[in-house]
Write a protein of this length. Structure first.
Length: 300
């Protein structure tokens, strides 16, 4: 969405230390100016006795996702959990009794318990649509169009056993890291062996050990591994506000196209670090998410 009129309800992503990976409800007070900056008032955060107001780049805003009917969640599903007045992206690690769930947060390396009413299915706002699509959209007249957003892939059951089956020896995968400076990036790797208990020994395709004598090997768990993304349609040109992965420091970092330059070059904005960097077309790919055993992305 390029324009947020005054009074528009939005969700805001924050780049401040300790708040990355979260979304907060707010209202647009002053719409976009020529520099694409928007003044927003938070709904739940205050500055003393008054609601907090801040100026954001438009790429840090999105519409609030419509509330859906209550539902149960499954092991390994990506969810947003309501905590500290905002929604935080996490992964269901355990299904507990009484409609409660354990959720792991990669950004803070914490696991916390939540009730069903405190969770929602994690979705991305991509080119004016929610991915994965809302259930109401799937069941409506545009169901066929919305279904195009889900890439053809093998749907798998959310279970420890199936995770170990799909990441067998020799599988080409991508690995995420919790280490400072590497959060938000995915690195190509090959599975050497499954170690049991949802742990895997992998060898990176480009990262090397400290003395630079061989490729780095590491033990990872199921929360930090995913299949290698499938090839997508060749894109002649990326559009402003489109979500992409940018190849940098041997890894793929998720960002948003902030500016389209001449000569097939782009300025990409990274929410996690509040930085902008310039990339050539060949160093970008369409962003896809591995959610509940499927690759999902915006339809072309």
């Amino acid at each position: 969405m390029d324009h947020f009129p005054k009074g528009t309800e939005v969700e805001i992503s924050s780049n401040e230390e300790g708040f990355r990976g979260s979304w907060y409800a707010g209202t647009v007070i002053r719409p976009s100016n020529p520099k694409n900056k928007v003044l927003v008032q938070y709904r739940t955060l205050t500055d003393g006795s008054r609601p907090l107001r801040e100026v954001f780049d438009a790429v840090q805003l999105r519409p609030p996702p419509p509330r859906e009917r209550r539902r149960s969640f499954e092991f390994s599903e990506e969810v947003d959990a309501y905590n500290r007045d905002g929604w935080w992206e996490g992964v269901v690690t355990r299904v507990l009794a009484g409609g409660r769930y354990a959720v792991y947060f990669r950004a803070t390396r914490e696991e916390m318990e939540f009730g069903e009413s405190e969770l929602r299915l994690h979705r991305e706002w991509v080119k004016g649509s929610w991915v994965p699509p809302l259930e109401e959209e799937i069941n409506g007249q545009n169901g066929n169009d919305v279904a195009q957003k889900v890439l053809n892939s093998t749907e798998v059951k959310s279970s420890v056993e199936t995770v170990e089956e799909i990441f067998g020896k020799g599988a080409i995968v991508e690995i995420s890291s919790d280490e400072d400076g590497f959060q938000g990036a995915w690195f190509g790797a090959t599975v050497i062996e499954a170690l049991g208990n949802s742990k895997f020994l992998i060898e990176y395709q480009s990262l090397r050990n400290d003395d630079d004598t061989e490729l780095l090997k590491e033990e990872v768990d199921h929360l930090h591994i995913r299949p290698y993304p499938p090839d997508t349609l060749v894109i002649d040109q990326f559009s402003r506000h489109e979500e992409v992965d940018a190849l940098y420091n041997d890894g793929w970092w998720v960002g948003v196209i902030a500016k389209v330059l001449k000569g097939q070059r782009y300025v990409v904005y990274f929410r996690g670090t509040n930085e902008e960097m310039e990339f050539k077309h060949s160093d970008l790919r369409l962003h896809q998410d591995w959610i509940n055993g499927k690759w999902v992305m915006a339809s072309q």
